[in-house]
Design a binder for this molecule. Structure first.
Ligand code: G6P
Length: 606
């Protein structure tokens, strides 16, 4: 995840910017840079690799400006070279950016046609030239940014400074978090409060769609409609990474909202977004030689694996066996040579998953793990580690780790499809594009959270809730039911929609809400039949779909309207309403959302 910092300071800021960036190192990066306003001009220093390289550069070529921005970059569009490192700049504007500008190609073509010369391969530079173009047309910095923001599509955060404006910085948040720190005669900007902890504990968090005009003594914040808004100043306790909830009530809420950012970050580790290709790190495993995949995991991670089974079998035509680790380990499953054994675990310490890994290893399998904690035992004992870059997950009920697991597994599935010769370059581009668009869709969904509060009132009264899904939506339904029971303690079960008639339908009456996960894909009509069977028995249908509720042909008591996304990437976005339904129901019920009774985050016993 890229890191953003900014300081409107009382003295030269370059070294303080580097200090703040150091506190964002945990996010991972491959190059870094700072820019300051010096005697009215923009000056920058950038370096490939670690922050110490940037520091060395600053020692030999110091920057004297009192206004500056800094950035640690995790390459998405373009290689991790100095030329692609942020800040990017024209003579008038310098920008640091986190996230993805989805429409950068169109903007770049338009701006190049007007004579703008691009010096990098990044999507970010389109923002620089867009704002510059508006300023060239005679607009002041604030108006130029306001006009430019309207033209950007994607999920991102921006920090911007201007030549000739020593007391001005503009920040914008659309999908990636940003915090503003209040100092005495100084003002700070950071991707999170942790970066700003050495300078101040007085923090204002920008909300989705906000943009802010900062000076040393004043902040003006505008919402997405351009109206001036007030956001509270909170006291941050960011000295420890693990205790900062930002402006959220629970870690789970914070983690749900971090998804656009952490999914972007995770995807950028596995994709060349500019080229529309999967770019897998060296695995030491020949993907084209794999004849069979077995997947093993527990809880939510198991459901991520179940989604991957659908993807891998569909895209690579490789048979996939999957089992919960506690069963796999004792079942004495035969494992033939040439197999890839895949383990999915947020913590990387789950006892059953680890035992299964050791079983697979003893049976001659190549071991790959999808883990969120890179120093974990499962990671250490694997031949190849596929990290999820979700950052620390504190809420016991897994949310962002799950969607990041899906992001990694989606990339792996494309890579296997390519290696097995079942998908060509055009198909690969189509699938990669579907993934690249996800963070934006998720941030739009998160803006309409109030709908879930309303729904919670209905679900909170239920004794049992049934979740249905078909095909790749089946594991999403299972995850939805697990989330609800974990944190609201309401009994919930997920079923394959086609299994409804083979038992669960006996439970349906007018007191039973039935959440139906039904993207408009090739199985939609089949699921519609199941919905009608539920409605005929008085069941309360909650339809989670991009299709119009009229298409259900029966009474739908609640419709969660989903964006139109490619069926391939649907599980990642349909996971989000599952989380929000559970979260808001639990909040209403007054349960301990982050630490539900009887559950543990990391289960290191059998
Ligand atoms: C526990 C957690 C779940 C998690 C599961 C597997 O049950 O409460 O949220 O999905 O363990 O954990 P892992 O760390 O292996 O993903």
């Amino acid at each position: 995840m890229c890191g953003i910092v900014g300081i409107l300071g009382a003295k030269p800021v370059a070294l303080d910017l580097v200090d703040a960036l150091r506190r964002l190192e945990y996010r991972g990066y491959d190059s870094a840079g700072v820019a300051t306003v010096e005697n009215g001009h923009l000056e920058r220093r950038r370096a490939e690799g670690k922050l110490r390289n940037l520091e060395t550069r600053l020692q030999s070529e110091p920057l004297a400006g009192h206004t500056g921005i800094g950035h640690t970059r995790w390459a998405t569009h373009g290689k991790p070279t100095e030329r692609n490192a942020h800040p990017h700049m024209s003579g008038r504007v310098s920008v640091v950016h986190n996230g993805i500008i989805e429409n950068y190609r169109d903007l770049k073509a338009e701006l190049q046609a007007k004579g703008h010369v691009f010096a990098s391969d990044t999507d970010t530079e389109a923002v620089v030239h867009l704002i510059t173009d508006e300023m060239d047309a005679g607009h002041g910095p604030v108006e130029a940014v306001r006009r430019s923001l309207k033209r950007l599509s994607g999920a991102f955060a921006l920090g911007i400074i201007f030549a000739g404006h020593d007391d001005l910085m503009i920040a914008a948040r659309q999908g990636s978090p940003l915090a503003i720190g209040h100092g005495k005669g100084e003002m700070y900007l950071g991707s999170d409060a942790i970066a700003l902890a050495p300078f101040t504990s007085e923090i204002t968090y920008l909300e989705e769609g906000d943009w802010a005009v900062l000076s040393r003594t004043k902040i003006e914040i505008f919402d997405r409609n351009g109206g001036a808004v007030q956001r509270p100043v909170t006291k941050s306790i960011a000295s420890s990474l693990l205790v900062d909830k930002g402006n959220h009530r629970h870690f789970m809420a914070k983690e749900i909202h971090e998804q656009p950012e952490v999914i972007s970050h995770t995807l950028s580790h596995y994709l060349d977004m500019g080229e529309g290709r999967v770019q897998f790190p060296e695995l030491g495993i020949d993907l084209s030689a794999i004849t069979r995949v077995s997947i093993s995991a527990c809880g939510t991670a198991y459901y991520a694996g179940l989604v991957a089974k659908y993807w891998i079998e569909r895209l690579a035509r490789i048979p996939v066996e999957i089992d919960v680790a506690s069963e796999f380990r004792y079942r004495e499953a035969p494992m033939s040579p040439g197999g890839l054994a895949l383990f999915v675990s947020q913590s990387g310490e789950t006892a059953d998953t680890l035992a299964t890994l050791r079983y697979a290893k003893a049976n001659g399998q190549r071991i790959a793990s999808v883990v969120n904690v890179r120093t974990s035992t499962i990671a250490r004992e694997s031949d190849a580690v596929l990290p999820t870059l979700a950052g620390p997950e504190i809420g016991v009920a897994s949310t962002k780790a799950f969607t990041c697991q899906l992001a990694v597994l989606a990339c792996l599935s494309i890579a296997l499809g390519r290696a097995s010769g079942h998908i060509d370059a055009a198909k690969e581009r189509e699938l990669v594009q579907a993934l690249v668009e996800l963070p934006r869709h998720i941030s739009v969904l998160l803006r309409n959270e109030h709908k879930f509060e309303e729904l919670a009132h209905a679900l909170g009264k239920a004794r049992d809730v049934i979740y249905l899904g078909r095909g790749i939506s089946y594991p999403v339904a299972l995850e939805g039911a697990l989330k609800l029971k974990e944190i609201s303690y309401i009994h919930a079960e997920g079923y394959a929609a086609g299994e409804l008639k083979h038992g669960p339908i006996a439970l349906i009456d007018e007191n039973v809400p039935v959440v139906v996960v039904c993207p408009k894909d090739e199985l939609f009509d089949k699921t519609v039949s199941n919905m009608q069977e539920v409605a005929a028995r008085g069941g309360q249908i909650v339809m989670v779909s991009n299709a119009d509720p009229d298409e259900a042909g029966c009474k739908v008591v609640s419709h969660i309207e989903m964006p139109d996304v490619h069926p391939f990437s649907a599980p990642l976005i349909y996971a989000v309403p599952m989380q929000l339904i559970a979260y808001h129901t639990a909040v209403l019920m007054g349960t301990d959302v982050d630490q539900p009774r009887n559950l543990a985050k990391s289960v290191t016993v059998e």
